[in-house]
Design a protein around this ligand. Structure first.
Ligand SMILES: Cc1cc2nc3c(=O)[nH]c(=O)nc-3n(C[C@H](O)[C@H](O)[C@H](O)COP(=O)(O)OP(=O)(O)OC[C@H]3O[C@@H](n4cnc5c(N)ncnc54)[C@H](O)[C@@H]3O)c2cc1C
Length: 690
């Protein structure tokens, strides 16, 4: 892959400016600005890109690594004159496609420096500790920098490999019960938007003085682009890269502190009895419940409840790696498998060993531990299914090995950053590799922690977890090789933050990939959130699996319209499409939402064969929708069985014939399900006539 310099491209085309490149190619969208080239900016052409957890890959037409705000301006303008979209990426830790574009991807990794120039523009209302920093810094580097100054983050997620810009842009959070997520520690955003225009955006209650800011800190930002406005700030804060590139932020931080963490073994059923009290207990700042989804013979689900509070940690053990305990749990599993069925246990172990030898993974056993487990489980599922129950029984042991009951105390970041300071294998406090060798699957759903529904009323999140437990236990053809973690947090001010309620509960399901039929199970669980009542729509994490089968739209968010108003301002009323990508189109973030009407009629029946006609129209105009894809399927099967499909013609009409759906138990005719999809429109689900 050749590294190319913009100057070289220009030279090869015998032009001197980026605008000239576009003219040379006959492209005039948007009107080519004339800018000087920057030799510091290096881009790779036709560059392969893969995210950290290996769930998405793409070949981008360019991957550029800006090292300054001027580089950002130049590359955005260069992309625009070449009619290319742009998206930033940080550490590529998102499981979703939120950072991707096939056009120009910006690696923010070099924008990782402390700035701390904002101080010369304070208006007197700033908090006691602030930190002004470029947004490509990793959370790890950020809290280390702060620690060197005796400072700390107010809150963070459970890991530190993300960049600050990436973590903010997806609403990344931990489990601090009454504290809004990290994005809400941001006090000011320095954004480079479409056309390379720069903005400085703060809430209405600002911490800087406009003229001082323009004079001393950001002379390149036009005064009218220094904006003190809550709607602007709340819209740009969490925007999955769609508003532009966040070059730098000013963070509210605090003096360094220590955390005391206590974990107790209990059951999900016991936790439910006291959950309301625990959610309101202000003696703690953090609450997490990790649940074993496999129900024991007693009818209960083992759970680990972890709380944290600030305080004196003298005499307490520090955070340590759980690797000894995990190895012990693995040995116990081996023993239990041998006791249950020695012949089959030896057989699956030998199969696994042979597959490892063939794959070459045996050379790097520590990095391959996940793959070994996946292979072993698959061999059990296919060749010794009776041993699956043994693995289920040992699940709680693994949970308790990874996150041991007891009390520990340490400096704030070591307690919060579980991935770095509690690795199951390998040394502590090392940077993650560029790509997780095992890969991973993860989705997370945010629900109101305190709102209830159903009869008798129970908290929505409790209902979701109860359903999840049932689905996992019913899926006997697979095994969830991962965890279910429930965390709680305060409300975010960000319009697209997942934390939309006074207190939000997030339910996360993460698993090692590769177990037979596991992705199907995760898909079915995630699909559930798209069936909730319209007034209580759970929100999937932007940075995790969002829409494996069904999907949602931006208007799930109560302040979607306000977010779109600001987007309209930054995109010349949706006409400048620099920062749109697949996700932003799918979720109807970067264009005004479009809806379809679907009229279904039974045309005839011949024995078990039905013929129906669909007429699809645009809801707003009443015009026929050409090219809408229609699928009829039977949802009684997992995965659903496709019965028929077709596409609407220019008159918006399609006729479909299919064999009727039958109830699997009574064999009586039932409605089939149907879905209509058309790019840019919201999907429509319907039932066919019986
Ligand atoms: C091991 C692991 C642990 C995790 N733990 C947690 C957790 O505890 N809590 C939690 O909430 N999430 C967690 N996540 C999810 C993760 O925090 C998010 O996916 C986060 O967005 C990743 O940050 P990143 O720097 O890798 O960003 P990327 O994945 O590279 O990008 C994420 C989004 O941010 C945008 N973006 C990135 N930088 C910029 C910028 N400078 N300007 C504008 N847009 C930008 C991208 O375009 C994209 O839309 C975890 C993920 C992994 C893999």
């Amino acid at each position: 892959m050749a590294d190319i310099d913009l100057l070289q491209i220009a030279k090869s085309l015998q032009v001197k400016t980026i605008g000239g490149i576009a003219q040379e190619k006959g492209q005039h969208w948007p009107p080519p600005p004339t800018i000087s080239l920057r030799s510091s900016l290096v881009c790779q052409q036709n560059a392969p890109w893969i995210n950290y957890e290996q769930t998405h890959s793409i070949v981008a037409s360019s991957i550029c690594t800006p090292a300054s705000v001027a580089d950002l301006v130049a590359v955005i303008r260069w992309a625009e004159v070449n009619q290319k979209r742009v998206h930033a990426f940080g550490s590529k830790w998102s499981f979703s496609d939120c950072a991707m574009t096939p056009d120009v991807m910006l690696d923010t990794g070099q924008l990782n420096n402390e700035l701390n120039t904002v101080q010369s523009a304070f208006n007197g209302s700033q908090p006691s500790h602030v930190y002004h920093v470029q947004a490509g810094i990793s959370i790890h580097q950020l809290y280390k920098n702060l620690d060197g100054l005796g400072l700390a983050l107010e809150t963070m997620g459970g890991a530190s490999g993300q960049t600050l810009g990436g973590a903010i842009s997806t609403g990344t959070h931990g489990g601090d019960l009454f504290t809004a997520p990290l994005a809400d520690s941001v006090l000011a955003i320095h954004l480079v938007g479409a056309g390379g225009s720069q903005y400085w955006i703060e809430p209405t209650a600002a911490i800087t003085d406009k003229s001082l800011l323009h004079q001393n800190v950001v002379p390149d930002i036009a005064l009218e682009n220094i904006i003190y406005d809550d709607d602007w700030f709340n819209a740009v804060l969490v925007s999955v890269g769609c508003m532009g590139i966040i070059y730098a932020v000013v963070l509210r931080v605090r003096s360094q502190y220590t955390l005391i963490e206590t974990t107790s073994a209990t059951t999900w059923q016991d936790f439910k009895q006291t959950e309301a009290q625990q959610l309101n207990d202000r003696t703690f700042r953090f609450l997490q419940v990790v649940v074993n989804p496999y129900t024991a013979n007693t009818g209960t689900n083992f759970a680990l409840v972890t709380t944290r509070r600030e305080g004196d940690i003298a005499g307490l053990p520090n955070v340590t790696s759980p690797s000894d305990r995990v190895i012990h749990a693995l040995l116990q599993l081996a023993g239990d498998l041998l006791t249950a069925n020695p012949i089959d246990a030896v057989k699956v172990a030998a199969e696994t060993f042979e597959q490892l030898l063939q794959s070459g993974n045996i050379n790097d056993i520590f990095n391959s531990a996940g793959k070994v487990l996946v292979q072993l489980i698959n061999n059990i599922l296919s060749d010794a299914p009776e041993l699956r129950a043994v693995v289920e029984n040992d699940y709680s042991n693994f949970m308790a090995a990874l996150w041991a009951p007891g009390t520990i105390g340490d400096v704030s970041y070591k307690v919060m950053d579980a991935t770095r300071y509690r690795p199951a294998f390998g040394p502590i406090d090392v940077d993650s590799p560029n790509i997780d060798p095992t890969g991973g699957y993860s989705f997370e759903v945010s629900l109101p922690a305190q709102l209830t529904g159903g009869t008798p009323p129970i908290p929505y999140y409790v209902g979701f977890v109860d359903d999840l437990i049932k689905m996992v236990n019913n899926a006997t053809g697979t095994f969830l090789l991962g965890y279910v973690a429930i965390r709680f947090m305060g409300q975010s001010r960000a319009f697209l933050g997942m934390q939309q309620w006074a207190q939000t509960c997030s339910v996360e399901v993460s698993a090692l990939p590769g177990v037979n039929a596991e992705l199907e199970l995760l898909t079915n669980i995630l699909d559930q959130i798209y069936y909730y009542p319209i007034d209580m729509l759970p929100l999937p994490h932007w940075g995790q699996f969002l829409d494996l089968n069904r999907q949602g739209y931006g208007n799930r968010y109560p302040y979607y319209n306000k977010w779109q108003q600001i987007y309209a301002n930054l995109s010349n009323n949706f006409t400048v499409r620099t920062f749109e990508n697949d996700l932003s189109n799918r979720w109807q973030l970067t264009f005004p939402p479009l809806f379809m009407n679907v009229d279904v009629q039974l045309l005839g029946r011949s024995g078990h064969q039905l013929t129906i006609q669909l007429a699809v129209t645009d809801t707003a105009t009443g015009n026929p929708v050409d090219g809408a894809a229609v699928i009829i399927y039977d949802e009684d099967f997992q995965p659903p069985v496709q019965k028929s499909s077709g596409t609407t013609g220019t008159n918006g009409i399609v006729q479909l014939s299919y064999i009727e759906c039958l109830d699997p138990e009574t064999h009586t005719p039932v409605e089939c399900s149907g879905r209509v999809r058309k790019e840019r429109y919201q999907d429509v689900y319907f039932f066919t006539p019986k």
